[in-house]
Design a protein. Sequence first.
Length: 395
Amino acid sequence: MFRISKRMSVIEESPTLATSAKVKEMKEKGKDIISLTVGEPDLETPKEVKDAAVAAILDNRANHYTPTAGIMPLRQAIVDYHKKYDKIEYEASQVIVTEGAKNALYTLFQVILDPGDEVLIPSPYWVSYTEQVKLAEGVNVLVTSTPENQFKVTVADLESKRTERTTALVLNSPNNPTGTVYTKKELEAIGNWAVEHGIIIVADEIYYNLCYNGNEAVSMASISDRIKEQTIIINGVSKSYAMTGWRIGYAIGNKQVISKMIELSSHSTSNPAGPSQYAALAAISGDQKFVTELRETFEKRLNYFYPLVEKIPGFKVTKPQGAFYIFANCKEAAEIAGYSSVSEFALALIEEAQVAVVAGEGFGFSDYIRISYTLEEKQLKEAVNRINQFMEKKT
Ligand code: PLP
């Protein structure tokens, strides 16, 4: 066997990407699978965004190395965006453009954590936080939320897990996998608590534009200057502009942290892909009509799909307020269908009902499954029909 570092033994492959790969393999074998696994909009990247990338390639602006932190017009556009939409003032030197928000988070944890430093992670959580913290030799401290509390953690929950080693808190609102959106008041309480204890707030706002039915996301950094100083915002173009394949994210916040992230990236990535940066520039500085259209599309789908999912025997759900996932407790459904665990139930859904979902284990909640509603209504309906037929056959 080839030599593999000990470092790799502490992490596991992303379960969402692993399930997507399984679905792809089954589809290639000719199986008609409906995949509710993916964390990406099914809409196409806007034409003007694609055109901007092509133009930058053809007139030779995008084909060589760029500054590690990203091209200045894009860093400035990100600053302008936060000023326009959230009234937060930053300088371009406080921005690093990265290869997706995922890479921004990875680099950030490498920069802020020493071995043994603790990171508070509300659970359920997005699968990569814990693995990235481990890779930075940090310690994950999970703070469990409940559906009764809309999957939100409170200051009391966080305080009960705080120690001398608590270095950072990761807050993801709107949330993957639950769709929970924290209110301004809730964020303010958590933000003030973090400031009081010198805890860095990692605010993952990647689903910021995707809130439904009157819910509204608030940026953590917009609440007060003190909270802003302690917060690193993570965001990107993947979800809001249907640009997952372009791999552009960013971190914005404390100048010293950002400059260390740039230093690290100068040795790891050099810079995010040039054409993608020009595409992201067009997206972020554009008229945002596409974002409105995307948000409305997903709101409509949620309102159509949620009542159908709610009625599947044994599925217990809480209506999401944002992002594009439903996180369903399927313990009872698994029992009804004769499975001893929800992971087995989720596997059977792929293999027998030909509907793919992600088992909740990777998000820290093994009785749950995550269902993405990034498909058209017709397919969402068909997926529910298949699950209902599967449940009927099993009981
Ligand atoms: N943060 C959360 C909560 C996510 O769900 C994702 C993607 O699924 C990311 C960050 C990373 O996004 P990207 O690397 O595509 O910008």
